[in-house]
Structure formats: C-alpha cells, structure tokens
Design a protein. Structure first.
Length: 267
C-alpha cells in the first residue's frame, strides 16, 4: 500500500482514498466532436429533490487537467444530493482563449439539455475563470443556445483568476493571442444583474493572488450585485479544492461553506 501511494501523484492518492459508492457514474458523454469534448455525469444514490445540477470545471492553467482526476469533487457533492457533471475541455497549445470558454458553454448546454434542470457553475483556479466568464459574459452561453440568467442559478469560484493583468509571458500566448488581454479578464464583464456569486480564496495563495477575488467582489458589489466572499487564513491554492476530499477536509472548510451557501439560497 505505502509503496503504491509513494509512486502516485497527489490527485491519484486522493482518488484512491475516495469512496466509490453513493453515486452512479456515466463516463465520456460527448458534448462536441473532439476527444477532449466529453463530460462525466455523477448521479447521487440519494438525490435532493428539485436540486440543481452542478457543473464543475477543474484547473490546470488552461494547459493541463483531466476529469478522471476529480472524482473526489463529484463524490463530495453527490454525497450532499447533487447531480454533478465534470467536463474535459480543450487545452493550450491545441487551442487558445476563448476556445476553452466556448467548450465550457457547450458542455453546460449539453448537461442542461440532458437533465432539464437549473445549473450551478463551480470551478477552481483556471476552471473558476471559465465558470466566471460563462456567468458574467452572456455571449458564450447564448451562442450555445442558453440564456445565462435563466439557466445558471449561482456560481462558485474557488481561488479563481479574475483580474490578473498584466499577463505574464507564459500566459500571453494562451489568453491574448490576438493582443487583447482585457477580453480574457472576468472583471471586464462585471455586472450587477449576474447570478449570485460565492468567491472563496486562501490568503496564502501565491499561485492566484487573493486580490483577484477581492477586486471582482468589489466590482460586482459596486454594481449592486449579489456576491459573497470567504477567505481562509494560511490556506494556499491547492488545499481549497483538496479539502473537498473526505480525507482532507481538515485543510479548509471550503466544502462546508459552499454547501451552506447553496442551502441558504434554496439551491
């Protein structure tokens, strides 16, 4: 056992420790034609009546990530009675902004059509960026045949990059290949009539600085929007989502706070 764990990545260890009961998983449901344009659907064994579905976007700097490594997030949310969809999306260098946002919109549209119920968007890091772009800029879901304000009932962003200009040299070719960096910033599309937002961030995050959450929250609040912010002293980047795993919930109360916030809004 210990030799096996020593050879695994942190996400593989978390997956190994995650229960495989309490849900039914359907893998590789296509939402477009490409090999990375599929999602996994997790149906809880004990669903909450009239609960929305949660579409979760993982992080990875828009250049890495795999839905199979985030079963622990789905298990954690299905345990609370939610149906969960986790899409893959195309990555750099195969694509650049805004292609992965368009993939996110297509995935949400496919999930909404399959389940015929409201959606809560949720994401961590680069996934929070995608979720927030879909929430704040109606063009993407509209192009996929959805009205964002009637489809998306709330959005949860964990450790998200929302306001991070100037772009670093490594991000410039990913997010501003045509030389328009402001177009890639969720704060550019801040609006007071957006669905309710929950923004969570660790104060010790050096990967995505906490000012991203602070600045977006201030912009939304200044426009009269519904935004809630929770910060976690001494918590870094990865523990914010790692704490959703059953064996790692001591890292941060992020899971409990997300579920409580959703319940408070009748979701």
């Amino acid at each position: 056992m210990f030799s096996f764990l020593a050879a695994c990545s942190p996400l593989q260890i978390v997956d190994h420790l995650t229960p495989k009961t309490g849900y039914e998983r359907v893998q590789g449901i296509p939402y477009a034609e490409g090999p990375r344009q599929t999602y996994d659907l997790y149906e809880p064994s004990a669903p909450r009546r009239d609960a929305p579905a949660i579409v979760y976007f993982y992080g990875g700097g828009w250049k890495s990530g795999d839905k199979d490594k985030y079963r622990f997030v789905a298990q954690s949310l299905t345990k609370a009675g939610y149906t969960v969809a986790i899409p893959d999306y195309r990555l750099y260098p195969q694509v650049t902004f805004p292609d992965f946002v368009q993939d996110g919109a297509a995935a949400v549209a496919a999930v909404a059509a399959r389940l015929d119920r409201p959606i809560v968007l949720m994401g961590h890091s680069a996934g929070a960026h995608i979720a927030m772009m879909l929430t704040l800029d109606p063009r993407w879901l509209s192009a996929a045949g959805l009205d964002v304000d009637s489809t998306v009932k709330a959005t949860v962003g964990l450790s998200g990059p929302y306001d991070f200009l100037p772009l670093s040299d490594d991000l410039q070719p990913i997010l501003a290949p045509q030389g328009d960096p402001e177009a890639s910033q969720p704060i550019t599309y801040a609006r007071g009539d957006a669905p309710p937002l929950l923004l969570l961030h660790g104060t010790a995050d050096t990967t995505v600085l906490p000012k991203n959450t602070k600045n977006l929250a201030a912009a939304i609040a200044g426009l009269g929007g519904d935004v809630t912010v929770k910060t976690y002293p001494k918590v870094g980047h990865a523990p914010m989502i790692g704490a959703f795993a059953p064996a790692l919930d001591f890292l941060a109360p992020s899971r409990a706070d997300v579920l409580a916030w959703l319940r408070d809004r009748g979701l």
